[in-house]
Write a protein that binds this ligand. Structure first.
Ligand SMILES: C[S@@+](CC[C@H](N)C(=O)[O-])C[C@H]1O[C@@H](n2cnc3c(N)ncnc32)[C@H](O)[C@@H]1O
Length: 270
């Protein structure tokens, strides 16, 4: 039997993988080593394979000579899947429990959608706040490392599938139908500040009332996650909340100072 059937395709060796990571970091600032190695290496290797390139260092040579391919690599390496009202029950808890509690203490909230992808999450927050508190212009800081998705987010254009959790009534009230899908109504864009921000390198805002960081850290290694959660704790105002994704859990929440009030919500005591 030929060897290749018995032996799985070898992963790139350490020198090849870490050499590639160092090159990407020095040229683009993206720290691939902070992501889970197995997943990241598989993803990068699949992209190299598509160009028929065998080693990651050769792939780097290709990327460094082809700026357009480097841009596509940067777009694809971090996964951007999202949708409006992702895990709808969490947004219902935000609307009925968390926002009323926060609004009893502060009339104008600062909310951070960290890793906002192409904008479905921050626009969902904007819709909720408009329902709960239509007269007030709360601030939403919506950040992502990927400039391509941020550009899409600023335009506020979505495919029908992104809106699958949205009722007809909300669709009528907050969206305009276009040839390919839907566009958010102009007033929803007000108050959302879309900015490129790398969670692993850039300074964090202060006095945030609510942080949503969902389906972002799943790609980070354990050490990176812990450091990030500590920084979120510091960024929150006392009394504030962090909402994580519905497959995520902060293992040392108590040591950091968080109180876990209901699943996936972490509270910074006042
Ligand atoms: C799966 S999307 C999550 C979108 C949204 N939070 C949700 O749950 O629907 C993950 C996002 O994290 C972003 N991301 C990955 N690494 C990042 C980093 N180091 N800093 C900021 N954003 C990052 C990706 O670009 C991607 O848009």
């Amino acid at each position: 039997m030929p060897d290749s059937i018995l032996t799985p395709q070898p992963m790139a060796n350490d020198a090849d993988y870490f050499g590639f990571c160092r090159m990407v970091r020095s040229r683009t600032g993206l720290d691939l080593e902070a992501y889970k190695r197995q997943q990241m290496e598989r993803r990068v290797r699949a992209m190299a394979d598509r160009h028929g390139i065998g080693t990651l260092m050769e792939y780097w040579q290709h990327l460094s000579r082809n700026p357009e391919d480097l841009r596509i690599f940067m777009d694809k390496v971090t996964i951007n899947v999202s949708e409006f009202f992702r895990n709808p029950e969490k947004f219902e808890e935000l609307r009925t429990l968390v926002f009323p509690e926060l609004l009893r203490k502060h009339s104008r909230l600062l909310i951070w959608s960290a890793g906002c992808s192409y904008g479905a999450e921050p626009y969902t927050l904007r819709i909720l706040l408009h329902q709960v508190n239509p007269g007030i212009r709360h601030r939403i800081f919506a950040s992502d490392i990927d400039t391509g998705v941020l550009e899409r987010a600023r335009q506020g254009r979505f495919l029908p599938d992104d809106l699958r959790n949205i009722s007809d009534i909300l669709r009528e009230r907050y969206f305009i139908a276009t040839a390919n899908g839907y566009e958010v109504k102009a007033f929803l864009r007000d108050g959302i500040d879309f900015q490129r921000h790398d969670l692993l390198r850039d300074p964090f805002p202060h006095n945030v009332d609510l942080i949503l960081c969902r389906n972002v850290v799943i790609y980070f290694n354990e050490e990176t996650k812990q450091r990030l959660y500590e920084r979120y704790y510091a960024a929150l105002r006392p009394g504030g909340y962090l909402l994580v994704g519905s497959t995520e859990r902060i293992s040392n929440a108590r040591e950091i100072g968080f109180v876990s009030t209901r699943p996936f919500f972490y509270h910074k005591p006042a």
